[in-house]
Design a protein around this ligand. Structure first.
Ligand code: KMH
Ligand code: ZN
Length: 311
């Protein structure tokens, strides 16, 4: 019998903590904006919504669970999409701060960053601009001398508290080949169970570059380490986003879009997250690839279900 057609999971990362309000007027900041953008992205075809929170007053990244709780229930009520909460936050937050919202919300899915690293956003200061808020250039400059800390102890802590504690499963953020070996280490210690959902993160300064050879290399190494036990997805920073996620789809992978990863759509600024979802959806359809529904994504990734969360 012919194999059933492969479905492609579209994740949309709605706001993140990389970009700042001055960089795009379309970046959602308030709980109302984050909820509206997330719901529109799901309606456009995203089956996973990767979410960060921002301080409604000035758009700076926050990990405050009270802010998350102003949009998580609304998104859940309006869509069937899988809600995936960031545990990365920003490099200025402590691990406890980064985990607080997920511990309260017990979500189906969280991100899990697979290694400590430099995470350089400071080249964005090269372009002169009138900043709307003082915190923006300060936060971007701070990435020259701070470390995005994700030690083995931190990773184990997240796997135990969220994974074993609440049945939360993970988007394993792998920014370089070594991070795949770190995931294999936790697999060998039986702290994580397949199927693994591995996000190959390309183009962050401090991680592997956004080029096609690196994507094929990441996949080759992951194939050797995890065989049939994993699904991969790709996110690529900035203008590399669409070309590399298109390549990922043709290689059997899944895709991540959203203003967290790139502010662009075609030659200009993306006017919304949903625009990027529609853009990749059109590309997938032109390649005769079907988009996974939330139910199909849940089945592929063995998620616990949207009714087993605490919001
Ligand atoms: N900002 C991305 C490069 C997280 O939230 O935990 C990776 C990310 C990390 O989404
Ligand atoms: Zn994120």
């Amino acid at each position: 019998m012919a194999k059933p057609a492969r479905k492609v999971v579209i994740t949309c990362a709605v706001t993140g903590s990389v970009h700042t309000p001055t960089m795009s007027p379309h970046l959602p900041v308030t709980p109302d904006e984050i909820a509206a953008e997330a719901v529109a992205a799901a309606e456009a075809g995203a089956s996973i919504l990767h979410l960060h929170a921002r301080d409604p007053k000035d758009g700076r990244p926050t990990a405050d669970p009270d802010v998350f709780m102003q949009f998580l229930p609304r998104i859940k009520q309006a869509t069937d999409a899988v809600i995936n909460i960031s545990t990365g936050g920003s490099s200025l937050m402590t691990l406890d701060e980064r985990l607080a919202a997920s511990i309260q919300a017990e979500p189906e899915m969280c991100s899990l960053n697979m290694g400590s690293m430099n995470f350089g956003l400071f080249p964005m200061l090269d372009r002169p601009r009138e900043w709307k808020h003082d915190w923006e250039p300060k936060l971007v400059e701070a990435t020259r001398s701070t470390i995005f800390k994700n030690t083995f102890a931190d990773i184990e802590d997240i796997l135990v508290r969220l994974g074993k504690g609440f049945g939360t499963r993970f988007e394993f953020e792998c920014y370089d080949v070594g991070h795949l070996y770190s995931l294999a280490h936790f697999r060998d210690r039986k702290l994580v169970e397949p199927p693994f959902f591995i996000q190959f993160v390309l183009g962050i300064l401090g991680g592997i570059g956004a080029d096609p050879d690196n994507l094929t290399h990441m996949k080759r190494i992951a194939d050797g380490l995890f065989g049939e036990d994993y699904r991969f997805s790709v996110l690529a920073a900035g203008r590399a986003q669409m070309p590399l996620i298109t390549m990922a789809a043709t290689m059997g992978g899944n895709v991540r879009v959203g203003l967290e990863d790139s502010l662009y759509d075609g030659s200009g600024l993306a006017r919304s997250n949903a625009d990027q979802v529609r853009r990749i959806r059109g590309i997938l359809e032109a390649l005769s690839l079907d988009v996974a529904t939330p139910a199909e994504a849940r089945e592929m990734l063995s998620l616990k279900g949207g009714d087993r969360v605490a919001f």
